[in-house]
Design a protein around this ligand. Structure first.
Ligand SMILES: [Zn+2]
Length: 135
């Protein structure tokens, strides 16, 4: 079957993030003006609107803030993956991101569960995708 699952398309602002993922690094932005972290990458700080943003590497630790177990594939190419977990994860650096929880029985996922970032190679794509697994 042809792989029709969504693939990232790195652009000017996200290229650094996706290149980091291929190196096993979870990169995010921190504001030089107010010191707060933000994710995903943008041209200005979402907290204070400054443009003094620097890329940093997350340690990879975090906790599940919310999740949903997907039992019905949104498109046919995800049919072999169900059930899978879509989660919002709070990383230790102070931002939230959406990902799948891998290498875990979906019935075992809990809000507050400790997780760590991992990098998925999806269906032969050269682009690795940041996800999480139980810590
Ligand atoms: Zn700021």
């Amino acid at each position: 079957m042809a792989n029709t699952q969504a693939k990232p398309v790195p652009d000017g602002i996200s290229r650094t993030y996706w290149e980091g993922a291929n190196l096993g690094e979870f990169r995010y932005q921190r504001c030089g003006a107010c010191g707060k972290a933000q994710f995903y990458a943008r041209n200005a700080c979402v907290h204070c609107h400054a443009t003094d943003l620097a890329w940093q590497k997350a340690g990879g630790g975090g906790r599940i803030a919310s999740f949903s177990v997907i039992h019905r594939a949104p498109i046919a190419s995800f049919a072999s993956d169900v059930p899978y977990v879509l989660a919002l994860v709070d990383l230790d650096e102070g931002f939230r991101f959406m990902c799948n929880v891998l290498r875990c029985d979906p019935a075992q996922v809990r809000i507050g569960m400790a997780v760590r970032v991992c990098f998925e190679s999806r269906h032969g794509s050269e682009q690795k995708i940041p996800q999480v697994e139980p810590a």
